[in-house]
Design a protein around this ligand. Sequence first.
Ligand code: MCA
Length: 511
Amino acid sequence: MSENFFFLLQYAFSRHPERPALLLEDGSELCYRDLDSLSSRFAGVLASLGIGAGDRVLVQTDKSAQAVALYLGCLRHGAIYVPINTAYTEAEVAYFLMDAEPGLFVCRVAEEAAYTGLAQERFPATLVRSLGGQGDGSLMVDLDALGAADLTPVVPRSAADVAAILYTSGTTGRSKGAMLTHGNLATSAAVLIDFWGWQDDDVLLHALPIFHVHGLFVALHCAMLTATPVIFLRGFDAGAVIEALPRATVMMGVPTFYTRLLARSELDRSLCAGMRLFISGSAPLTGQTFEAWEHRTGHRILERYGMSETMMNTSNPLVGERVAGTVGFPLPGVSLRIADETGATVPAGEVGVIEVRGPNVFCGYWQMPEKTAQEFRPDGFFITGDQAVMDAVGRVSIVGREKDMIISGGYNVYPKEIESLIDGMPQVIESAVIGVPHPDFGEGVVAVVVPAGEAVDMAEVNTALAGVLARFKQPKAVINLPSLPRNAMGKVQKNQLRADYAGLFAEASST
Ligand code: MCA
């Protein structure tokens, strides 16, 4: 029996072929029959380009109906879908190209020539094609040239076969590709549909990017596996979301979505009258935002917790108390413990690291067996690195992150990657990159530098990083200090820096 996740999707599509699948911003729509048939054509293109089951398809494209169909085409063809952030620069893309060793790289139209050259230089076995936001690009030319005979059946896969690789940045520099299986995708989606009470008349408002677990899997799978419509926005624009809210019943977003919407005077109870559920994840939702949202709309945002390696681990309940500042209870099927450094469970109320095991947990890092082994316990629990407490009834609250990671607007940013580049600047002796509270992004990236001579400003730093690091990783402030605070062991005291500059953006925004 094939356990290709696409079979489940196809079954759902076949029950409601006429139902709108994607409602697009230009007023056009694609029904589930159209989406099924477009995905079949993309699978046919993959076959015609010589891509086989298990081959990687690296994708850096804008959000579009065609991009969704390409993802589905990869699933049905058994190819491994590898989406990457559209903000990544050529230097960052080069790494993914060499690491994923894709058979095909689908990029944006404007970058096709440059990326063809890059592939030839770094991994010549990769074919490069483009896909534009308007359904343009060389991949569409291939698709239009397909004959009916070129369409292929859904390729059988087992639940353990890898369906997608999602790159997560690492503390030590190299990004790791988390391999998610067809079984991971299927079980996670089924649990969420049930736990969040997905209804046959739900309409999902989708403004997230589709290169992360949140927008691609959590949001789209809930809708597609129930063949319910998705209002598919190109990205997050508060005005467009306000306009779409009366037509929707569910929205998933990062906290920045909620704070930006709260800044709009149109947001009120009547605008959200048809809404059933607001879900937040990818970054901590503050109690202040939770309360302000309830006050304005009458809705208590449901916060949940997950990561690329595990998809969703915990959720506040659909029915029952949603408590601000907590991420709720372990989802059905997820074994979760708060553990000490040996993996032993700590008593309720004590801080430890979240470890999880279950059918949602990935099968390892792509081509990194040692790293994979380090992050799993012998009993199969994955060590998330997130610090949390569990109360007596099993409710989990995240209290910190072990790995000094910054979460900016729902994107994870790793200081080490930025520090190593800033340290390479001749004007800088050393640096420490931290995240401090930011009114829009939750946390803002700040570089604290020890200059070699004159003070170094943000423009200088960001010029040095330009073209190397995606813009969202670049510091939003630069602080000059004569030396970095260190403890007796010589370790930089980032906690002290975070405390010293906690008000940096708050001050900036109130002036
Ligand atoms: C954009 N910019 C940012 C960010 N996004 N800066 C810091 N942090 C960010 N997240 C900067 C750009 O570099 C640019 O800078 C300026 O903001 C405008 O860019 P634009 O693309 O127009 O930004 P935006 O549309 O306002 O985007 C903000 C956003 C977006 C809507 C919050 O970042 C977003 O959609 N975030 C969602 C991320 C997400 O889906 N995360 C899930 C991953 P300049 O003007 O200086 O050039 S985590 C996950 O999947 C796990 C499993 C989970 O649990 O969910």
